[in-house]
Design a protein around this ligand. Structure first.
Ligand code: HSE
Length: 438
């Protein structure tokens, strides 16, 4: 039996589960790939921790270059996270004729185009199933199973940490800080958890999804990104009373006939009976609308050691099965010119939840309605929740019909200047997953 020799760089939460599951599933994976997949060398920062995971001393090194330079290895698995060092590892590995597996969404979002060119120049493969939605084989589905489709929409929950935090806050079980702490303990969060809660991690994943579905790499800075750090429990609770649930969504839409792709990440209100509303904890779920297949839902564990290791192992099996050939599955492309560009956030159309803190006196609502009316923005409901104690003024919650973001933001700016406003308007988008021309 041929062997497929792998060097692993990084033995943290994911790397240690790749090591463990490869051992416990050795026979199965050998049968399925036709080769014995062996991790010959592992680069780690702390050999002591690695020994605790059960890795024999002789396979360990503290120098990743030993792995990249080893002519005997077929593939390198990069699982250290961050950007600069992984960039060096991956580019050098490709240049030295090795295939690569990575879970590094940040690196791909910033350098995916260049890395794809390098892989194709050196006739190597780079697979990264674990970079988006953990254990869900979403990238395989986009590249293979749904290959015949034009994609109208790819949207959903792609960050397990944020979904866990919002779920706990919604159920009233934990505060934001406690839920974040727990998500870190459970191994869902990034080493720098700001990447999760700021929405950046979801934006990186959205860039990858966009690249694979539209052959177009958006610049990360062009992706409108809002995190969950400032979501107030009051809004979660009040949206709940109105029949909505808060989710951090990555939304990618391409309206028919448009060369602009909507690509954005933000906390979003979903109707409680929408299927994504029931996705809780660290689970991820993504809806793909293909022009032939219609709606598809992908659901599963989106974060954590074992789900991510499952995706890494699937990439390794694929590399063991299919070495580079011109028509190997899931070859990473690097188109230089794309017919698409990112739609500015000001151009999107959405429904909105607007919460204002106002002085409780007659005429307030009329002034606000007048500003919205002038911008042709229709109000679908207005509620002034009765709250016994509210730090600043009284809350007024207004739901509005579909409006162009630009006009809605202009209206909010005008509203924020009204003398009876006690703080900046709080705005959340409400999503119904409509795509024009569907
Ligand atoms: N920190 C990421 C998340 C890990 O919470 O989704 C999986 O990419």
């Amino acid at each position: 039996m041929n062997s497929f020799k792998v060097g692993l760089i990084g033995l943290g939460n994911v790397g240690s589960r790749v090591w463990h599951n490869l051992l416990t599933h050795k026979e199965l994976l050998t049968k399925k790939s036709g080769k014995t997949i062996e991790i010959k060398k592992i680069a780690v920062r702390s050999p002591q921790k690695a020994l605790k995971v059960g890795v024999p001393q002789e396979r360990l090194t503290t120098d990743w270059k030993e792995i990249v330079d080893d002519p005997d290895l077929d593939a390198v698995v990069e699982l250290i996270g961050g950007i600069d060092v992984p960039y060096e590892i991956i580019t050098q590995a490709l240049q030295k004729g090795k295939d690569v597996v990575t879970a590094n969404k940040a690196l791909l979002a910033f350098h995916g185009h260049e890395i794809a060119s390098l892989a194709s120049k050196h006739k190597r493969r780079i697979l990264f199933e674990a970079s988006v939605a953990g254990g869900i084989p979403l990238l395989q589905a986009i590249q293979d199973g749904l290959v015949a489709n034009r994609f109208l929409m790819i949207s959903g929950i792609v960050n397990g940490t944020c979904n866990y935090i919002l779920t706990e806050m919604t159920n009233g079980r934990m505060s934001y800080a406690d839920a974040l702490k727990k998500a870190k303990e459970m191994g869902y969060a990034e080493a720098d958890e700001k990447l999760d809660v700021s929405g950046e991690d979801s934006a990186h994943k959205a860039a990858i999804l966009c690249a694979l579905s539209y052959r177009f790499w958006p610049k990360v800075g062009e992706i409108y990104t809002e995190g969950i750090e400032s979501v107030d429990p009051f809004d979660i609770q009040y949206a709940g009373e109105l029949g909505y649930v808060f989710k951090l969504l990555a939304i990618i839409k391409k309206h028919q006939g448009s060369k602009e792709v909507e690509i954005r990440v933000h906390p979003t209100l979903l109707k409680k009976d929408h299927i994504l509303s029931s996705v809780s904890g660290s689970f991820n779920a993504v809806i793909i609308k293909g022009d032939i297949v219609g709606d598809q839902l992908f659901y599963g564990r989106g974060a954590g050691g074992d789900p991510t290791a499952s995706a890494v192992l699937s990439d390794l099996v694929e590399l063991a099965r299919y070495p580079y050939v011109e028509c190997a599955p899931r070859l990473f492309f690097a188109d230089t010119e794309s017919e698409y560009k990112v739609m500015p956030i000001s151009e999107i159309v959405s429904r909105y939840y607007l919460r204002l803190n106002v002085v409780d006196k007659p005429g307030v609502l009329a002034s606000i309605a007048e500003i919205l009316g002038k911008k042709n923005i229709g109000i679908s409901s207005v509620v002034q929740p009765e709250v016994s104690s509210f730090a600043q003024g009284v809350p007024l919650v207004i739901m509005v019909h579909d409006a162009k973001e630009k006009f809605f933001q202009e209206a909010c700016l005008e509203i924020s200047r009204l003398p009876f406003l006690k703080c900046k308007p709080i705005v959340y988008r409400v999503e119904d997953f409509h795509v024009q021309g569907e």
